[in-house]
Ligand binder design. Structure first.
Ligand SMILES: *Cc1c(COP(=O)(O)O)cnc(C)c1O
Length: 389
């Protein structure tokens, strides 16, 4: 089976993990801050907090932004459930903004209309979570401009888009996703299907010292060792205080060492993904389906290659034919609001028509750094015959 996504592990990755095993620290040592600093520097952002998953990063991002019961958080229905669940963990209410029919990215028009209505009804969100589906940046400049008058805080769920960049430049340089140019916090995932991996892992990046301090607190039990944050004089060198109800979301040294090693090849991974995309665009051009467009808002990291069949009634048959030819296709994503848990909260089919229409046509084809031209030819041949059947 050719999977839809897969990690790329080389000998340097393996050695970096093995070295940790015989070092002094398996957790809470120097590798985690080294990985944080390296990624912050790659993204040109001051602060980064490494955690054990992007789900955890989204959770501490919401906690740092003081998302609470009674607050609203908006996100995209075309995402992994974690993009919405993080708000529910904080007791907030989730709502969704419909997507663009061609890209599945949050629609700026839908957002503008929804904000206007919410302003009139006094139901504005505290936080908006923009999702860079497939590695394509949302129209962040427009989204930030729309949110700014209402003081809505922005989180970018950039789980798909590490290594990508925005179109908008700063000081003549294209800004990497993660620079937080248009957001308070940006979150990355290092799950093995994502662009770089730490097995499980995630990172939250920010320009804001208050937010990074709060995220560090929530990552580790809500415990501080900084005397300035304590409510009484320190009892001695052993002393710490729990000042918030935090969690244990820490990343291990093994994961951080793997992450550092992977980060050194991030640009190579992106270049290989771009080559594979260029090959697909040629191989698949005459089929009864729409190929993904280039990202209008910057350079995509191309986490996913999502095709849209012209005939939604053919999706199941084409999907099954591909799977039985050994092509590990997938669908990204089932609209979150249609999940039973979300239906229980009051959502139903029909609530976000563009997201549902997008969902009905899509298939994600295999795309990863080590995918070979021969494998891509195999995918193309299988897809061609699946479309004919
Ligand atoms: C993978 C993913 C997550 C969750 O990442 P984990 O590291 O597995 O917790 C969240 N949001 C999106 C968009 C994702 O693709």
């Amino acid at each position: 089976m050719i999977p839809y996504g897969r990690q790329s592990i080389d000998n340097a990755d393996i050695q970096s993990v093995v070295d940790i095993l015989t070092s002094d620290f398996l957790t809470q040592g120097p590798a985690v801050p080294a990985f944080e600093q390296a990624l912050a520097s790659y993204c040109n952002v001051p602060y980064a907090v490494a955690v054990n998953s992007a789900t955890s990063a989204l959770h501490i991002a919401c906690l740092a932004l003081e998302v609470k019961p009674g607050d609203r958080v908006w996100t995209s229905p075309i995402s992994f459930v974690a993009s919405a669940n993080c708000a529910l963990y904080c007791g907030a209410t989730v709502d969704f903004v419909d997507v663009e029919p061609d890209t599945g990215l949050m629609s700026v028009k839908a957002l503008a209309a929804k904000l206007q209505q919410a302003a009139a009804n006094n139901t504005l969100p505290k936080v908006l979570i923009a999702v860079h589906l497939a590695g394509h940046s949302c129209a962040m400049q427009q989204i930030a401009t729309l949110c700014q008058p209402y003081d809505i805080r922005i989180i970018e769920d950039a789980s798909h888009s590490i290594g990508g960049s925005y179109l908008q430049q700063k000081d003549g340089q294209p800004q990497k996703i993660g620079s937080c140019q248009f957001s308070d916090i940006t979150v990355f995932s290092f799950h093995p299907v994502k662009i770089i991996t730490t097995a499980e892992g995630g990172m939250a990046l920010t320009k804001d010292l208050t937010l990074v301090t709060r995220m560090q607190l929530f990552r580790s039990h809500g415990i501080t060792r900084n005397p300035n944050d304590m409510t009484e004089i320190s009892h001695g060198p052993w002393y710490y205080q729990q000042v918030e109800l935090g969690l244990n979301y820490r990343m291990t040294e093994l994961q951080a060492a793997l992450g550092l090693s992977q980060l050194s090849r991030l640009d190579t991974f992106i270049a290989k993904r771009l080559d594979a995309v260029a090959r697909y665009q040629v191989l698949l051009q005459d089929l009864p389906l729409d190929l993904p467009d280039e990202c209008p808002a910057g350079q995509s990291a191309w986490h996913l290659y999502i095709i849209r069949l012209h005939d939604e009634n053919r999706r199941l048959a084409v999907f099954e034919a591909l799977r039985s030819s050994g092509i590990g296709v997938n669908v990204h994503y089932i609209p979150i609001h249609t999940q039973p848990y979300y239906q229980q909260l009051g959502f139903q089919w029909g609530d976000f028509p563009q997201a549902e229409a997008f969902y009905s046509r899509i298939i994600s084809l295999p795309l990863y750094a080590d995918l070979t031209p021969e494998q891509q030819q195999q995918v193309a041949t299988a897809l061609q015959s699946a479309c004919k059947e």
